[in-house]
Design a protein. Structure first.
Length: 342
């Protein structure tokens, strides 16, 4: 075959393979966009585990009529324009790929209104050759993105989708992770018309505790050590279960770097090392930890799904996290805590 440039739709579908693994990855990308747009309230509606419908509605900055079609094209982003921007990313998104990828493998509708516009506009893309129709619509300030019939035109991908229950479980986990990343945002999740989660916004310690309890269970927050340590531009804060409150499963392990949820080897290694030999056999540590550092000290452009990072001073980061946690654990009571009387 002769060398040829791929048609736009095919190029997007190939990129979608990296970004859009399953309904939960669509949910993650869309919510990240809402957060980047400054939303303080995000409503998520799911039907049939996301295979039939994923609808995310936010009250963020919206998208102007003239930019609707652009938002759906590949490498179109309002978040970076120079290499310097890329080297100090503050937003969750920056690849300009999510909407293009999603719209190449689903029927996507984007409805939005900016504060400057008097009416809302809607754009539709149906996995076609990126031909986008724009028409008037009704919507308050913000944006709603509707994704129907995910993978309708990519049967191979569709085959990989699991049962409705399994796919919804993955979506729910994304919501929990994001719920823990932004205490200041109202988040509501519905499945097949039924409300499944509602997290209310609030940054007071008691409100944070309440949300952590809602996500991780009341037992976790009751026993957890509160962590907060700052040193040389690094800050680590959050909650760490003492060994006496170790869990049978590794289901409460949440780490964030500059507000971005992570599955990072270096962080996990430092945490495991801090627990050392203290965890009873066949048990797992439990933690919700936020690591913050200057954006120029970390490279987020490592993985298409953005859940790995590279630290410029990885040794220092590792040792800092290890030391803070090891010290906290040293001071922890060794016997199971008495249930506190409220
Ligand atoms: P990225 O997030 O990497 O910039 P996306 O494909 O996810 O790329 O989104 C493309 C652009 O569309 C964003 O840069 C942003 O300007 C706009 N956008 C997407 N979703 C929203 C939203 N919910 N509210 C406002 N603008 C949005
Ligand atoms: Mg994005």
């Amino acid at each position: 075959m002769a060398i040829q440039i791929l048609p736009a739709r095919l190029a997007n579908q190939i990129a979608a393979g990296e970004v859009v693994e399953r309904p939960a990855s669509v949910v993650k990308e869309l919510i990240e966009n809402s957060l980047d747009a400054g939303a303080t309230r995000i409503d998520i509606d799911i039907e049939k585990g996301g295979a039939k419908l994923i609808r995310i509605r936010d009250n963020g900055s919206g998208i102007g009529k003239d930019e609707l079609a652009l938002a759906l094209s590949r490498h179109a982003t309002s978040k970076v324009s120079t290499l310097e921007d890329l080297e100090r990313i503050m937003s969750l998104g920056f690849r300009g790929e999510a909407l293009a990828s999603i719209s190449s493998v689903a029927r996507l509708t984007l409805t939005a209104k900016t504060p400057e516009q008097s009416e809302a506009w809607q754009a539709m893309a149906e996995g076609r050759d990126m031909e986008v129709k724009v028409m008037p619509a009704s919507h308050p300030k913000g944006a709603t993105i509707e994704v129907r019939d995910l993978f309708f035109n990519t049967p191979a991908r569709r085959k990989f989708m699991r049962t409705e229950k399994t796919e919804f479980g993955h979506i729910d986990e994304v919501i929990r992770r994001i719920g823990l990343s932004r205490f200041d945002v109202d988040i509501m999740l519905r499945h097949n018309g039924k409300q499944v989660r509602q997290y209310r916004a609030g940054n007071l310690p008691s409100q944070q505790d309440k949300r952590v309890a809602a996500v991780c269970g009341p037992a976790f927050i009751q026993s957890a050590l509160k962590i907060d340590c700052e040193h040389h531009g690094f800050r680590l804060w959050g909650w760490l279960a003492p060994p006496s409150a170790a869990r049978a499963q590794n289901d409460v392990q949440y780490t964030y770097v500059n507000g971005r949820m992570m599955r990072d080897k270096l962080l996990n290694h430092a945490i495991r090392q801090a627990y050392g030999e203290q965890l009873p056999p066949d048990t797992h540590g439990a933690f919700v930890l936020y690591f913050e550092l200057d954006a120029t000290e970390v490279d987020v452009n490592v993985h298409p799904a953005k859940h790995e990072v590279r630290f410029h001073q990885s040794r220092l980061v590792h040792d800092f996290i290890y030391q803070v946690l090891a010290q906290a654990l040293e001071q922890a009571p060794t016997a199971p805590a008495e249930p506190s009387v409220v």
